[in-house]
Ligand binder design. Sequence first.
Ligand code: BG6
Ligand code: MG
Length: 215
Amino acid sequence: MGSKAMIFDLDGVIVSTDEYHYLAWKEIADRENIYFDRKINEQLRGVSRMESLEILLRKAEKAYTDEEKLAMATDKNGIYRDLLNRLTPADILPGVNDLLAELKRRGIRTAIGSSSKNTPVILEKIGMKDAFDAVADGNDIKNSKPDPEVFLVAAKKLGELPENCVVVEDAYAGIEAAKRAGMKAVGVGFASTCPQADYTAENLAKADIGKMLSL
Ligand code: BG6
Ligand code: MG
């Protein structure tokens, strides 16, 4: 039987904010003289703010106190929030609006499943505050991806069983989270070569809706 609901990651799937996360972390790393590049940044996809910082600090030459770590994470979020001010509906990624319209036409319910605590402000900025039937985000969960919690919360908010849900992700951690939730996983963007995904496409404009719903 086909899927009845589709759960979307936000950063890097719906909107190009993944680039802003990189720029903000890069500023923090440069300030602290810590080596950080786009390859290391790929490990931060889907991972919470504090866990992202811990990954970045693996290249640090000194130890940081919890207080200093909190200050760095807060500074990163400040830089990131400033970048978010630039967001407009033009930053919605290719294929997203067409796919959502088609899902609506077919009666398939949709949700956001994101680790980000900034989800509400991002949805507002891109004009998608009411575009999904449910939103589960970093404010709803204790454990971030690859833990399945955020997707299970999204399914619960939709009133849908996990096995009827298909998740769309750009993070390997997100694909793992979807599988651990007992859901089907579609990999796009950075996860479009993820072997654990049930289906992959370069982006949502190139994804086959029939195939995604029959996984
Ligand atoms: C995820 C991003 O969507 O949200 C991660 O892929 C980010 O890179 C995480 O760390 C948490 O985001 P925020 O906005 O709560 O700092
Ligand atoms: Mg993402």
